[in-house]
Design a binder for this molecule. Structure first.
Ligand code: GUN
Length: 290
């Protein structure tokens, strides 16, 4: 059984980004810059936003932090986005999700300039991905592709089962894998899927992205399957300093012995998401600076 350590893959990505960033600064005299907007105080979101800031700082990217009050109005948020859209020193704009319920996430995403949508959430970027002409690709599915490529795990002709149909992971993941060049046969399952276990057991590659801790058990996987665990779930654990530990959507301990290869949590897909965000920001900066 092979452990697919995202950390190792991310380190390689960061090495390349470091030299790309140095060359960019040398050429243009300013760094690729990411603006991150967080509305409210959700602890998980705060920790993700902090991780993105750290990545920017360690690579020498520029970073703008906007921590807005939970009561921020739709208009105030859109105004900030428009200001950043028109600021030539900002190349990537990310609004941390989820937003408080009074804000319309779809409208917010639609207002981010397509060329600065480093999350790949804008409908135009989503549509371009679907027709096989990707601009910015959502960071987590892009990270999964990088892991598969790094470990030379081909999807060609394989049955890939994606558990989860979110706009951020499940849908773009399925779309990427079925493209020409990847050539997987893709099945998407979700909370209403009947006979789930019978479908997941057919998977050569199983991608779990449903946000339910330890959901995938050993009876759901085929012997020799490749398992990619996208889940990052906090479960209470008083023995830990923080009072919780992170687990994936997969019951790693019991599933791993049956796998050909599997990603751990933490240290698997999660670390790749931020690496891909930095890669997208680099791409945005290069395109905008032309
Ligand atoms: N919330 C959870 N994952 C993500 C992500 O990749 N981007 C944004 N903006 N919000 C998230």
């Amino acid at each position: 059984m092979q452990i697919l350590t995202g950390k190792e893959v991310a380190e390689k990505v960061y090495e390349t980004l470091q030299s790309d960033c140095n060359a960019f600064v040398e050429k243009y005299g300013f760094p690729p810059t990411l603006a991150v907007i967080l509305v409210g105080t959700d602890p998980a979101s705060q920790s993700y936003v902090q991780g993105k800031k750290q990545a920017c700082l360690s690579l020498g990217f520029g970073h703008r932090d906007y921590h807005l009050d939970a009561e921020t109005s739709q208009d105030e948020l859109l105004e900030l986005i428009h200001t950043l859209n028109n600021d030539p020193s900002v190349h990537g704009i990310l609004v941390q999700m989820p937003l408080p319920p009074h804000l319309d996430a779809d409208l917010v995403i639609q207002n981010i300039k397509v060329e600065k949508d480093v999350d790949g959430f804008h409908p135009q970027n989503v549509g371009n991905l679907l027709i096989g002409k990707p601009g910015f690709i959502s960071c987590t599915p892009l990270g999964v592709l990088h892991i598969l490529d790094y470990y030379a795990l081909s999807c060609e002709g394989k049955h890939v089962v994606v558990l989860g149909r979110s706009n951020i992971v499940g849908k773009p993941m399925a779309s990427l894998l079925m493209q020409k060049g990847r050539d997987a046969t893709v099945t998407i399952c979700h909370s209403k899927t009947e006979e789930l276990e019978q479908i997941t057991k057919q998977a050569d590659i199983l991608i779990a992205a449903i946000g339910k801790p330890l959901f995938v058990t050993e009876s759901m996987v085929k012997e020799g399957c490749i398992v990619i665990d996208v889940g990052i779930n906090r479960v209470e654990d008083p023995s830990r300093k923080r009072g919780y530990r992170l687990v994936g959507d997969v019951d790693y301990e019991h599933v791993a012995p049956h796998c050909k290869a599997i990603t751990p949590v933490p240290g698997g897909v999660g670390v790749m998401t931020i690496a891909m965000l930095m890669k997208n920001t680099m791409q945005a900066a290069l395109q905008l600076a032309q």
